[in-house]
Each structure stands twice: as C-alpha cells, then as structure tokens.
Write a protein that binds this ligand. Structure first.
Ligand SMILES: *Cc1c(COP(=O)(O)O)cnc(C)c1O
Length: 369
C-alpha cells in the first residue's frame, strides 16, 4: 500500500487518477501521442479542455455569466494579476483587502505595488472571544467588521489560510465584487456565486499538478485591465481566446480534468463536502480530547483542509515525524512560521488515511505522553 501523504501542496492526488495517467501516458486514447506531445490547438486537446471546463462547471454549478480560465503562474501571480485585471473597475484604482493569514497578507502586499489598495480588516492581532484569547491569524475578521470603501474595485479575501488553518465561507452580500483566493479549499464545498464575483486557485492543493491556475470570474468584470497587464495573463483575452492566448499548461489541465471526473464519480461536491466534514471532525476531536496535542484556531473557523497541531512538548516533534514516516504517514511537518505539525486532508485524502493518522497519534501519546 502507498503511504498516506499529508502534504500541504503539491498534495496527494486520487490514486485512480494517477493510475489512469500512467496507463495512457504514452498513448492517449489511441492517438499515438502523449497529452504532453499534442498541439494545444488540435482536436484531441480541444476535447480535453472542453470536457474539463464542462465538468468543473457542473461540479461547482458555475453560472453561465462566469468565465472559466485555465492559466499559469500560480496563485501568487494572481496577487498581481487580480489588481492588474480588475483595479480598472474603480475610477480611483483602489481595492480593499481582508487579511486573515500569511497568504492574504501576501496578496495585500503585492497589490500595493500596483495600486492604492486599502486594508478593510485584519486578524493580525490578539482577539478575545468567549473568554479565550486568540493569537493573530487564528481567527477570521467577521464581514460585519469589514471597513469597506464603496468606491473600491473589489474586496479580496482568502477562503482558506493554508498555513494558519483558518477557513471561512459565509460571505456577505456586497455591492462591490468579492474576489476569493480559494487555492487550498476549492472543490471541497460549494461556492455561492451570488456572493462571490471571482475565485482563483493554484491547482496543486485540491485540483491537480502544479503549473495550472484556475480563475472563475464574472464576465461583467472583464474589459478593465490596466495597460501594463501582461497579454498572456489578461482575463479578457483569456476569455476571448478560450484560455489559449499562449500555450496553456496542457498536461496539468488534462490531469485536472481527470480529477473533475473522479469527483463526479464520488458523488460530486456535496458528497465530498460531507466526507471532508467527517475527516476534519475526527482529527479535531482527537486533538481536543487529548492533553498532548493542541490546535489554537477559533473553533468556528477551523479549516477542514489544513489542520495545524502542536505537541505539548515541541522537543518530541522530530521523533513524531520520524515515527509517523515509519508508520507510512508522510509530510506532516508544520509550516515553519507556525511550527509543530500540519495535516493537510484535501479531497483526495480518504477517511482511512485520517483514521490511520489518528491511531498513530493516540499510540504516540500513550508512549510519550
Ligand atoms: C499555496 C497557496 C498560495 C500560493 O500558491 P502558488 O501557486 O505557489 O503561488 C496562495 N494562496 C493560498 C491560499 C495557498 O494555499
């Protein structure tokens, strides 16, 4: 059996998908070519990208007035490309940012290089709730507290802070477009497109291989790119040219398409969400029940995808990682800014993998607690 892989990204893919990729790697559907060797403008790849888009639209119930763009650069390139493409929606070239952790802070900083963006809210401070003190980036600023500039081109927020393990999805109804970085929780639950005007995600967490960046954007936001926006990454041109301004990441799109079909076979996003809840609940319960492990994120915004946890004695961290790897549990080391451990349990991680982790954690606690 393969080990269970808890990497934060690039992350585990469905085993069935890897096997299918392997089976058709050198000859895709009798074409005599690998997907890596095909023209992106040929009929075979046209079929691959068209089906990928259709399946994604079906999975997330994406309305027809939204464009789906397959592009490159990763989520961090979007930190510049979102303002380059959308700041022109505001006469003042300004936008608002909600900062809830490391990734949205990076988005805010990069956008400052492009325009006069503002901070609408930040969780980079200690917060008291229910007689508990929450450290910076372990809670989410409630929408009612956002200080929104009505003239902003958009409000930017991150639905899942991969490093801090903070997830939020109860988006408000706003008069200005809401743009979400969903790199680490896209397709883990439904998205309310009546509240969200644009979503982007690097593929390597919950979609497929690194190299693909997905953008879902309401079409009425297009046509306002700043003159310095690179043409190959201009949303309007990408929409007009079917994501083929230049060569798209063809192999990554193909694998993402297989992941979309796998998700449909599992029962779609509603069923995956149910499983994600079950997986996360099992792990949080194990952490909370023990005096040995701890997660310090405010309970209402704990991530179902990335679950950081600390051992009560950080001197045991190395031993935990070593014994976990020996037990077939890989890549549990926490992000350096948080320390401790982090279990990323994306869509492709089955309940069995989380059960194996929980059993290991309990054994480790009995031994060293
Ligand atoms: C991983 C991640 C990023 C950065 O992604 P790259 O594709 O490496 O640029 C940005 N935002 C979130 C929420 C992430 O999880």
């Amino acid at each position: 059996m393969r080990p269970w892989n808890f990497s934060a990204g690039p992350a585990v893919l469905p085993f069935d998908v890897l096997q299918q990729v392997s089976a058709e790697l050198t000859d895709w559907h009798g074409s005599g070519m690998s997907v890596m060797e095909m023209s992106h403008r040929g009929p075979q790849f046209k079929q691959i990208i068209t089906e990928a888009e259709q399946d994604l639209r079906q999975l997330l119930a994406i309305p027809d007035d939204f464009a789906v763009l397959f592009t490159q650069g990763g989520a961090q390139a979007q930190n510049a490309l979102v303002p380059l493409n959308l700041l022109g929606l505001s006469a003042d070239k300004t936008a608002d940012y909600v900062v809830s952790g490391r990734w949205s802070q990076k988005s805010f900083e990069e956008a400052q290089r492009i325009g006069a963006v503002r901070l609408a809210a930040s969780s980079n401070q200690i917060r008291e709730m229910d007689a508990t003190e929450y450290a910076p980036y372990t809670w989410f600023p409630e929408p009612a507290q956002w200080d929104i500039n009505e003239k902003a081109a958009y409000v930017h927020a991150c639905s899942n802070e991969t490093v801090g393990g903070v997830e939020f999805g109860d988006w408000p109804e706003l008069d200005i477009p809401l743009v979400i970085d969903a790199s680490s929780d896209i397709l883990s639950q439904p998205i309310d497109f009546t509240r969200v005007a644009a979503v982007y995600a690097g593929a390597q967490k919950n979609i497929g291989p690194a190299g693909l960046t997905l953008i879902i954007v309401r079409k009425d936001l297009l046509g306002h790119a700043l003159p310095q926006c690179p043409s190959a990454l201009n949303y309007t041109l990408l929409e007009q040219q079917g994501s083929m301004v230049n060569t798209p990441p063809t192999f990554a799109i193909y694998v993402a398409g297989l992941v979309f079909k796998w998700l449909q076979q599992q029962g779609g996003v509603a069923e995956i969400e149910r499983r994600n809840k079950e997986k996360a609940q099992l792990l949080y319960e194990t952490i909370d029940r023990s005096g040995f492990y701890a997660n310090s994120v405010a309970p209402s915004v704990r991530s179902r995808m990335n679950i950081p946890f600390q051992l009560h004695d950080s001197q045991l961290d190395e031993l935990f990682l070593k014994e976990a790897a020996e037990a077939g549990l890989l890549q549990l080391k926490g992000h350096k800014s948080v320390g401790g451990m982090r279990a990323s349990i994306y869509n492709a991680m089955p309940l069995e993998g989380v059960q194996a982790l929980v059993q290991f954690m309990q054994r480790f606690e009995e031994k060293y607690g």
